[in-house]
Design a protein around this ligand. Structure first.
Ligand code: UDH
Ligand code: MN
Length: 363
């Protein structure tokens, strides 16, 4: 009997050890699983540099890292992060101390391969997020484009360092019109708006001619309360504003404001008029256009000839005159184009589109 009793006791002891062992195993496994998840999450930040992930980068929110910060963080999110006992996260300044003011512009640019070494923090597709602070806005820089490759390389070489000093969360979108049709700058900008918001929840748009190089990094590429004309003093026009209603070159506008005026008109094929029509759209909707003082908002225009596919638009005066009646049905709510491709290239995202003039003019 005694023997049986002893063996029962040892069975119980063995069971106890087994339970303790299993508990221990469970805990350590849990720990390693957790570590693995954590590792995955942290490395996902690095994985973002692969092309397939670029378009999805906005969706990656680091829920499992209690101190992780979110791409789309609002001020309230930051508060929550702070409440979790994590170190305070700074909101980027609207006038960062890194700004230097007047710039010696680059008139040439190295090859793209060299430039990605110079700008290692820019992700494929020309995306950038400030590393040490939360940006106030998400800015899409939209460049209407055709056959100006050298201008583009020079512009990107000038823009990336400046935008990084401005601590902006931004992406650069080059909207390229296929050859063989009259160029439509305003419609390309509308397409840039429509395509970029499919990729990311942008809150601010900077529409940017490819040949305008900013000469001062205090020209902030962000959006304020009113739409802003940024390129008010261009060397080609002796740094004088040619006329007060000018809204061409480089402009910045909040997404909500752009949507309120139904974007740009799609009807301006060839050179001229589309920017004046946009000025009228904004003013007719009650917006005031703002500008920096001319001594600050200085730009150099890269010298170029008139492009064959961008002949002066003879109908432009008529279109401007009759524009008001079309605002509601001619713009981003009536945008017909064919997207031929999208590529996340070095330092910019390239969207190639085809526009059918007859279709646009009759729709
Ligand atoms: N653009 C292109 N490709 C074209 C035409 C226009 O990329 O074939 C884009 C580009 O972003 C350019 C913008 O549209 O900066 C405006 O076009 P533009 O630079 O031709 O217009 P600009 O107002 O006037 O500079 C053109 C006059 C050129 C004559 C100069 C003679 N001294
Ligand atoms: Mn030009």
């Amino acid at each position: 009997m005694d023997d049986v009793f002893v063996s029962r006791g040892s069975v119980i002891r063995v069971c106890l050890y087994a339970v303790i062992f299993l508990l221990f195993l469970e805990l350590s496994l849990n720990f390693s699983v957790h570590r693995k998840t954590y590792k995955m999450v942290s490395s996902s930040r690095r994985i973002l540099t692969t092309l397939e992930d670029v378009s999805r980068f906005s969706l990656i929110v680091n829920f499992s890292d209690p101190c992780g910060w979110m791409q789309n963080a609002t001020i309230r999110d930051l508060q929550k992060i702070r409440d979790r006992g994590c170190k305070p996260v700074r909101v980027c300044s609207s006038s960062p101390s890194e700004l230097v003011g007047s710039l010696a512009t680059y008139k040439e640019a190295p090859s793209y391969k060299e430039m990605i070494k110079i700008y290692p923090l820019v992700r494929p597709g020309g995306l950038y997020t400030p590393p040490d602070c939360i940006a106030r806005e998400r800015v899409a820089i939209i460049i209407p484009f055709r056959d100006r490759e050298e201008h583009l390389r020079i512009l990107l070489h000038n823009l990336h360092p400046m935008l990084q000093r401005q601590q902006l969360h931004y992406g650069i979108y080059v909207v390229e019109q296929e050859n063989g049709t009259q160029f439509n700058r305003a419609m390309l900008m509308n397409i840039g708006y429509a395509e970029s918001i499919k990729l990311y929840n942008y809150t601010c748009f900077v529409f940017h001619d490819v040949d305008l190089i900013p000469e001062n990094d205090r020209i902030m590429y962000d959006c304020r309360d009113s739409p802003r004309h940024l390129s008010s003093a261009v060397d080609k026009f002796k740094y004088k504003l040619p006329y007060p209603q000018l809204f061409g070159g480089v402009t910045a506008i909040k997404r909500a404001h752009f949507e309120k005026v139904n974007g740009h008109s799609n009807k301006f094929f060839g050179w001229g008029g589309e920017d004046d029509d946009m000025f009228r759209r904004l003013v007719n909707n009650g917006f005031k256009i703002s500008r920096y003082q001319a001594s600050l908002s200085r730009y150099k225009m890269i010298k170029h000839l008139h492009d064959a596919g961008n002949k002066a638009n003879k109908r432009r005066h008529h279109l401007i005159k009759t524009g008001k009646g079309r605002y509601r049905r001619d713009g981003i709510n009536n945008l017909h184009y064919k997207k031929l491709g999208i590529e996340y290239q070095y330092l910019h995202t390239r969207i190639l589109v085809s526009i059918n003039e007859t279709k646009v003019m009759t729709s």
